[in-house]
Structure formats: C-alpha cells, structure tokens
Design a protein around this ligand. Structure first.
Ligand code: LIP
Length: 263
C-alpha cells in the first residue's frame, strides 16, 4: 500500500546517500581498487563490495521480508523485491572517472514502483515513485522537448555480451541519421540524464535488471517512453533497453530495429 511504499521511498533515498558516501570514500583515493575481474573488462572493486554489504544489511534490518537482488551478490525475486546495482559504471569508478551511480529499484509483482539513481560526484539524487513523477534533488524533471532526430543526443551503451558488429552498425545508422552519439559508461546514470532532459535517449542491446530498473522508471515518470524491462525468473537475464523522449520515439525505434549499415 501507499504507506509502505512511502516508507520504502524515504528509506531508499537515505540508503542511496549513505551508499554514495561509501563509494566516495574510495573514489580517486589512489591504489588499485580492483578485487576480481568477472570477465574481460568487467571489474568489481572493494567499493562495490562495501556498498553491496551496506545495502543488503540495511534492507535486511528494516524490511526483512523483502527480496533482494544485487549485481554483486545475486539473490532472489519475491513479490516485493529490491533490485540494486551498488555501483553502476564500475569501470569508470575504478579509473577515477566521474560517471557512475548507485541504482536502487523497489519492485512489486515484477514492476518497479520506486527508482533511485544517485550520482555522488555531482551530488544529484534522481528519484521516481510510479504515478508521482520524477525529481532531481527535489525539483521536478521532464524529458527533453526534442522532436527532430537530427538534433538528438543518443547514448548507446555497449556490452561485450552483444555482437560488436551489431553495435558498430547501430552507431553507423545513428550518425547517418544525424544524431549526436554519446557513451558515458553507466546505464543508470545515462537513463537519469534522459529523464532530466540533458540527452534525448539511451539504448543498449544487453543489460541486466539491476542496471536499468530504477533509471527506466525515472524516464517513464519524466514523460519519456521505454520498451520496459520484465523482471522474471531469477532476474539474471540480459535484455535490450530503449528509453527516449517521445518526440523522437518512432524514428529512433526504426533506427534501432533496422539491420546493417546504411552505407
Ligand atoms: C555497466 C553498465 C554500462 C554498460 C555495461 C555494464 P556495471 O554496468 O552500466 O553502461 O554499457 O555493459 O553493464 O558493470 O559497471 O555495473
């Protein structure tokens, strides 16, 4: 019910801030932060572990019956589940590049109801509660008014789990259509930039629920369109993500769905 959601919303905002403080304790402090490489160029740092621990403990203490699924510890999906990326954009974080975020979503019946993305370097707290709008540091956010694809800035993320040729062909089509192409290396933060109207779209072929559920809710509540992201099974399946301002929805969809290069 709404009271339980309100409690979780306030809790999630405070938790994201605490998590950001833990991340900043390590950010740009020197030394090699990498603990394990999960795969080629897929890092985990000591900060990912610390933030993961903080978040799991805190949720367990306050809402012991809720499910928890995180990038670093996995978990399981319940009727009410927290889906969390302790640090999204770990590659940037480990290199001292200020493009990463804490991503916290709370889902009921597989649908995100609360989405929080916190960028601790910019000190920007992006929040959304389904049906109640999207905000940045308490100020209402809206997606951009862009109508012309030739004026659009599109972030196209790349994951090694998707074919490189498809990604290169997508970039070719985006640039051919006149889009500005961007890649900042954190899907959660990228989606928050779409919700705030700074860029016009975020697309990526293969992402996980913890990377995107909070950010997609921000975009939807800020008036944008997305193709959604079902939270099903064990929640560990990679899926495509598409989020943009409605003014460029149809042409961008056609560009993403097309195959091959334009030239
Ligand atoms: C990363 C994303 C990034 C995406 C990578 C990766 P991580 O998450 O946010 O935008 O392109 O495929 O999944 O691993 O840094 O949390």
């Amino acid at each position: 019910n709404e009271i339980e959601l309100a409690q979780r919303f306030d809790f999630a905002v405070a938790l994201a801030r605490q998590a950001g403080a833990v991340a900043m304790h390590y950010f740009r402090k020197g030394g090699d932060l990498r603990t394990v490489e999960k795969g080629p160029q897929d890092l985990v740092t000591i900060a990912d572990h610390d933030v993961d621990c903080l978040i799991r403990h805190s949720i367990g203490e306050h809402f012991p019956d809720d499910g928890i699924l995180t990038e670093e510890s996995g978990g399981k999906i319940a009727q009410a589940t927290w889906v969390i990326d302790p640090i999204d954009g770990t590659g940037n974080f480990a290199r001292g590049i200020a493009s990463f975020a804490i991503s916290i979503a709370f889902c009921v019946g597989g649908i995100a109801r609360i989405g929080i993305v916190f960028d601790p370097v910019a000190d920007e707290m992006f929040t959304a509660w389904r049906g109640h709008g999207a905000f940045c540091n308490g100020a209402p956010m809206h997606v951009s008014a862009t109508q012309d694809i030739r004026q659009a800035a599109v972030e196209a993320g790349y994951s090694r789990k998707a074919p490189l040729a498809d990604y290169l062909a997508l970039l070719d089509r985006l640039l051919d259509a006149g889009c500005e192409f961007m890649q900042f290396g954190s899907a959660a933060r990228g989606l928050a930039q779409v919700a705030s109207g700074r860029i016009d779209a975020y697309v990526e072929a293969h992402l996980f629920a913890w990377d995107v559920l909070a950010g997609l809710l921000l975009v939807e509540e800020a008036g944008g369109c997305t193709t959604g992201f079902p939270l099903v099974g064990d929640g560990q399946h990679g899926l495509a993500v598409f989020a943009c301002t409605p003014g460029i929805g149809a042409p961008l969809r056609a560009i993403v769905d097309a195959r091959g290069k334009t030239r």
